[in-house]
Design a protein around this ligand. Structure first.
Ligand code: ZN
Length: 79
């Protein structure tokens, strides 16, 4: 990731949660808002960039990549 202009709007600003589902084993997990905010503080500005952070630890532990995960965003005002 390169440096972004200061005025660049974070795509994550309206994201208040992320559901993660592994397409291989069906395991589901959820990232609450505080984890999204923490990722923002680490410099993540897009879901695509953040996507590299998500993987299935069950499949990974079994020798798979654990990368076949689907993300569903929960946006502010959507609930
Ligand atoms: Zn899995």
């Amino acid at each position: 990731m390169g440096a972004l202009p200061r005025e660049f709007t974070s795509e994550l600003a309206d994201v208040i949660g992320i559901y993660i589902q592994c397409e291989d084993c069906g395991r589901k997990s959820y990232w609450p808002s505080f984890k999204v905010r923490a990722a923002e503080r680490q410099g993540f500005r897009t879901v695509q960039a953040l996507g590299s952070r998500f993987q299935c630890h069950v499949c990974e532990a079994q020798g798979g990549g654990g990368r076949n995960v689907t993300l569903r965003l929960v946006l502010r005002g959507q609930t």
